[in-house]
Ligand binder design. Structure first.
Ligand code: TXA
Ligand code: MG
Length: 307
């Protein structure tokens, strides 16, 4: 803490410097297609501990490990036929699979918080892919925000909660999806949806998971500092209203009612509302279909009573 955090635009030199930091056991914030991640070498326990320190994250909450491809994933975890089929359909992309840990997995046990399972993702964003290649390490990377806060979809959001706590942020502009990856568990029995996200999984294939199964899915999470009212169709005194479709608001997730646009803008508008002058936030109703389900999942958590 107390040191300056550098922001560098995504490019070859920034990636080379970031890779050197990773290999030296440091953390680096890097854009992905979902949200910005705080990356460290997943095989280095000391480096992984720095992620938990920077975020103030409870160490029982395991991290997602990012790898360049399916073959690399299969060295860290045991993917069933079914898991492989889903991976082949969506990787690289915003899908995370929780699978049994491989017997000889080189990943530090702090990454999985001691669980016999591991969360794996092959990201699509060129910056994260370049960092994987340049560092040659599997990268543990949770969202690059202080624990319990809104996930970052811009480099500035990372600074808002981690300034002085990390050495470097690579700036790749706003995240394309704006919501964290869909998480599906293949750990025996039917596959389970642990977190709804940008990728929709056919209902028939899934059982809804209990909240305890993904330790990070605590009811209050993704929370702004200010109180948040949901399904608002009007602005009450002291509120900053975030609209959608017909509900105009002070700003809008999507004036035309487009859910993909709303997902990409959600965290940015929550960050802005939190930083703005009004003491409370209200958000218009968002239809609970398609990626709207992931949006409503995040909004419900943002509005939940704080621990
Ligand atoms: O889009 C994303 O997934 C972003 C980007 C950076 O890749 N990462 C992300 O990581 O959202 P994080 O740490 O904020 O969320 C990881 C979630 C948590 O809810 C955690 O509990 C769950 O994944 N998780 C990780 N390993 C698990 C495991 N072995 N079993 C069950 N849940 C697990
Ligand atoms: Mg997170």
């Amino acid at each position: 803490a107390g040191k300056r955090t550098e922001i560098r635009p995504f490019g070859p030199q920034a990636i080379a410097d970031a890779a050197a930091l990773i290999r030296a056991g440091q953390t680096v914030a890097v854009p992905t297609e979902t949200v910005y991640g705080l990356a460290a070498d997943a095989t280095n326990a000391r480096a992984v501990a720095r992620i938990y320190e920077a975020k103030g994250r409870p160490s029982f909450n395991p991290l997602i490990v990012h790898v360049p491809d399916l073959a690399a994933a299969a060295r860290l975890g045991q993917l069933s036929e079914e898991a492989r089929a889903l991976a082949e359909q969506h990787w690289p992309g915003p899908l995370t699979l929780v699978v049994p840990l491989a017997p000889d997995s080189p990943v530090a046990s702090l990454v999985t918080a001691g669980l016999p399972t591991i969360a794996l993702r092959v990201p699509a964003h060129p910056a994260m892919r370049a960092l994987l290649e340049a560092s040659g390490r599997p990268l543990a990377a949770p969202s690059a925000n202080a624990s319990g806060r809104i996930s970052p979809t811009r480099a500035e959001h990372v600074l808002a909660s981690l300034e002085g706590r990390i050495a470097l942020v690579i700036d790749g502009g706003p995240s394309a999806h704006g919501l964290e990856s869909t998480i599906v568990a293949f750990t025996g029995g039917a596959p389970r949806l642990l977190r709804p996200g940008p990728i929709e999984i056919p209902e028939a294939a899934l059982v809804e998971a209990s909240l305890v199964e993904a330790p990070g899915m605590l009811a209050s999470h993704y929370a702004p500092a200010k109180p948040l009212r949901l399904n608002a169709t009007d602005r009450r005194q002291g509120e900053w209203l975030i609209g959608f479709g017909e509900v105009g608001g002070d700003v809008s997730l999507s004036p035309s009612g487009n859910l993909g646009e709303a997902a990409a803008r959600l965290f940015d508008l929550l960050h802005q509302a939190d930083a703005g002058p009004r003491p409370a936030i209200a958000v218009a109703p968002v239809p609970d279909i398609g990626v709207g389900r992931a949006i409503n999942d995040r909004l419900a958590r943002a509005a939940a009573p704080r621990p």
